[in-house]
Design a protein around this ligand. Structure first.
Ligand SMILES: [Zn+2]
Length: 423
């Protein structure tokens, strides 16, 4: 009987997953002639990969009603393209095992949200002196928005960094590799010095509603799961792109688009919770990173418009290059270092822009593995990639941690010198 129940549960989960037989994958190589039309399409269609490099590959998932319209537009523009069937998007790694909510948390696979949260609870129990759990808010479906604060207690005020993953539901590798990284930072004694000098806030899953939906109903889901009525759309909208919802240079984008940005900037509970935390702690916060997949890029702001950069852009590029080199030491992976709007496409209302706009010195986005060369479906990363991806991110973070700590030492030294001069 037990076997039967388990079997039924597994099969139900798989069969209720959305199938993609009626969708198509469109690939287009970037050229001087099609650059403009690609950027226009990127505002409307579901780009799995966007490349602004000449001859770079763009991969777009077309919904049934978009197929003919897009083909016509591209033909009119003289753009060559390839169209392929999608069929059922297969899971990599351990098949259906990781869709189950049964069993214990396993660091080497894609755990469901409840198991992720349980793992954070056990880490806070195990490493009491090094870590605290904080709940920053709640989602539309009443799931908690949780961050860990890694760092030893200190009498002096410490600089800090905030990082979040999983803001886009289908980008599973982000939260799993960040969970691996949290374990490593806590269990490996060689990171002790960082925890003495720095408070590291990490939120491994910032869109739990969307994530659970992508596990059980639609693997390709990107947004959150809030329902609302958009005046420009004729139907009730489900889901808002949380990386377009921040009230810095926010721009309305229809909810029927993959980048639907919500009725107004800052409308979403996830956005509000992050804004509240970042603004409250902005004096201490020196770094911010938003983890996405895929493409293998280190991204710096601004995202909202091309050719607009923060005043410390040279510094961001310099640290970015060092992070790039550090990543390559792990297993020769070559990340690009690009500005979000120039290298990809304008993304108004993004988290990295918002963090920068409130004065956080080092604000970045990361697009993790893969680079798009290993198969077309880049969100389904085999779970064997979780640990090496975590190692690569950690190598990059060491660079940023060291920089923030060094800046802080310099500032305190200057303050001390100034104080002694006044004496
Ligand atoms: Zn993303």
């Amino acid at each position: 009987m037990r076997f039967f129940l388990i079997f039924s549960f597994c099969c139900f989960t798989v069969l209720s997953q959305r199938q993609y037989f009626d969708h198509k994958f469109l690939t287009i190589r970037t050229s001087l002639e099609n650059e403009k039309v690609l950027k226009e399409l990127a505002q409307k269609l579901d780009f799995h990969r966007f490349s602004s490099r000449l001859n770079g590959k763009n991969l777009i998932l077309l919904k049934p009603h978009e197929i003919e319209k897009t083909k016509d537009l591209l033909k009119k523009n003289g753009t060559t393209f390839e169209i392929k069937d999608v069929g059922y998007i297969k899971y990599s790694g351990k098949g259906i095992d990781y869709l189950s909510t049964r069993g214990d948390f396993n660091i080497s696979t894609y755990n469901d949200f409840d198991l992720q949260m349980e793992s954070l609870d056990s880490l806070t129990q195990k490493y009491k002196r090094k870590v605290k759990k904080i709940v920053l808010g709640e989602t539309f479906e009443k799931r908690p928005l949780v961050a860990l604060k890694l760092g030893f207690e200190s009498k002096n005020s410490k600089p800090s960094i905030f990082m979040n993953a999983g803001i886009h539901a289908r980008e599973w590798i982000t939260s799993s590799s960040i969970l691996w990284l949290i374990n490593e930072l806590l269990s490996n004694e060689s990171y002790k010095e960082f925890l003495k000098d720095l408070d590291i806030y990490i939120a491994p899953m910032w869109n739990p509603d969307g994530y659970q939906f992508s596990r059980t109903k639609e693997r390709n889901w990107r947004k959150n799961r809030r329902f609302y009525e958009d005046p420009e759309d004729e139907e009730i909208c489900v889901g808002i792109d949380l990386n377009r919802n921040y009230p810095f240079k926010w721009k309305h984008q229809k909810c029927s688009n993959e980048n639907g940005s919500g009725p107004v900037g800052g409308s979403e509970l996830e956005t509000q919770a992050l804004m509240k935390f970042l603004t409250k702690n902005k004096d201490q916060l020196k770094g911010y990173i938003d983890f996405h997949s895929f493409g293998e890029h280190i991204l710096y702001p601004f995202a909202y418009k091309k050719h607009i950069y923060p005043t410390n852009v040279e510094e961001l590029k310099l640290i970015g290059k060092k992070m790039q080199k550090a990543i390559a030491t792990v297993r020769d992976t070559e990340y690009d270092l690009i500005n979000i709007a120039d290298g990809m496409y304008p993304a108004p209302g993004s988290t990295a822009d918002y963090a920068k706009s409130i004065g956080i010195r080092y604000s970045y986005g990361f697009e993790l593995v893969p680079d798009g060369k290993h198969g077309i479906d880049g969100f389904n990363v085999p779970d064997t990639e979780i640990e090496p991806t975590g190692r690569e991110v950690l190598a990059a973070l060491r660079v940023l941690f060291e920089r923030i700590i060094r800046d802080d030492e310099k500032t305190s030294l200057n303050q001390k010198t100034r104080t002694s001069m006044h004496l």
